[in-house]
Design a binder for this molecule. Structure first.
Ligand code: 5GP
Ligand code: MN
Length: 313
């Protein structure tokens, strides 16, 4: 609460605020960004610039609507607000984060490194957008139907349409309130869960057929840069497929390894039928996330290994 008061004072004093989303953007970070953009412009009368280092997939453009998200930082701003970014590296703009400009860090990742000057971090929140709903509800601020759509899109995304264990009683209530405010559920569901290119279907097919269950209860799959190339899909079209891998009853943990086009291996991990904290595993590889959903990125390639054993009679 103290942090929130400090943030509010800083926002009131600022003239030009930059809102930053994390790289490889998803509906939570973009929904939070555009929601804040609308509120800061309309209710606080600020000059606002939205930034995300990576381009947005077409399925997130219903959130940006007429707003622009630029890939570079603007000039002459006096406050930075990051949304849904657990580390400053996830913004890409590490130099700017270390400058004299005040950074307000609004996030819900348990592994958040508290890199801001003001840190509003709630690991119990299902999404950054759920946090923003609560914050602005407490301030009694009214906002447009589109702003409500931005928040609900983030909640749908991070709860996997209310299926993940981060979905709580309050999450359903918030979603209901946002629907009352006019959030466009049909468009959210269509874009986030019912739009797939043929290339993406082929990519998911390869990921599913590469799945292996090891003897220790870990389900593993991979996609190499060559396999990615064969499908013509982009690496970001992998988003979502891990939910299908993470369904095998014998599996306590799921890991998807994928090579990107820049010589990196991206690891995605999910805790399955068990209580493994995958975020602490990912932290060992310089990544992070939530207890049950986390990831890491390391330079390198995936090497295939076969193990053979003779069970003597
Ligand atoms: P996903 O597997 O869906 O890409 O990511 C699951 C969670 O892990 C998300 O909350 C995401 O922010 C986090 N995550 C994924 N990759 C990385 C990474 O390279 N670094 C950090 N710090 N978090 C990551
Ligand atoms: Mn999030």
């Amino acid at each position: 609460m103290q942090e929130f008061k400090k943030a509010l004072e800083k926002i009131r004093d600022a003239n030009h605020i930059v809102l930053i989303s994390h790289r490889h953007p998803d509906a939570d970070t973009i929904g939070a960004n555009i929601f804040m953009h609308i509120v800061l412009e309309n209710n606080f009368h600020k000059k606002v610039t939205s930034v995300c280092a990576d381009p947005l997939p077409a399925t997130l453009l219903f959130i940006t609507d007429d707003f622009v998200i630029q890939s570079e930082m603007p000039k002459n701003y006096d406050c930075i607000i990051t949304v849904d970014c657990s580390t400053k590296e996830q913004t890409k703009f590490t130099n700017e984060m270390d400058s004299k400009i005040t950074v307000i860090n609004i996030d819900h990742h348990a592994t958040n490194t508290m890199y801001g000057d003001i840190n509003i971090v709630d690991p119990l929140a299902a999404s950054a957008t759920e946090m923003l709903y609560t914050i602005f509800e407490n301030l009694g601020i009214k906002y447009s139907r589109h702003a409500a759509t931005c928040l609900l899109a983030g909640i749908y995304n991070d709860t996997g349409s209310f299926m993940h264990s981060n979905t709580q009683k309050g999450t359903y209530i918030t979603a209901g309130e946002l629907q009352s405010k006019g959030a466009d559920i049909k468009t959210i569901v269509k874009n986030l869960f019912k739009t797939q290119s043929i290339e993406q279907l082929k990519l998911w097919g390869k990921v599913l057929s590469n799945a292996r269950l090891n003897g220790k209860g870990t389900l593993v799959s991979k996609i190499s840069a060559d396999e990615l190339d064969e499908t013509n899909a982009s690496p970001r079209e992998l988003a979502g497929v891990i939910n299908y891998l993470n369904c095998v009853p014998e599996s306590k943990m799921t890991m998807l390894l994928s090579e990107d086009l820049n010589g990196n291996v991206q690891g995605s991990m999910r805790s399955g039928n068990g209580d493994i904290d995958v975020s602490s595993l990912c932290e060992q590889f310089g990544g992070g996330g939530h207890k049950k959903a986390a990831g890491f990125t390391i330079p390198g390639k995936i090497v295939s290994q076969e193990f053979w054993r003779i069970n003597a009679a």
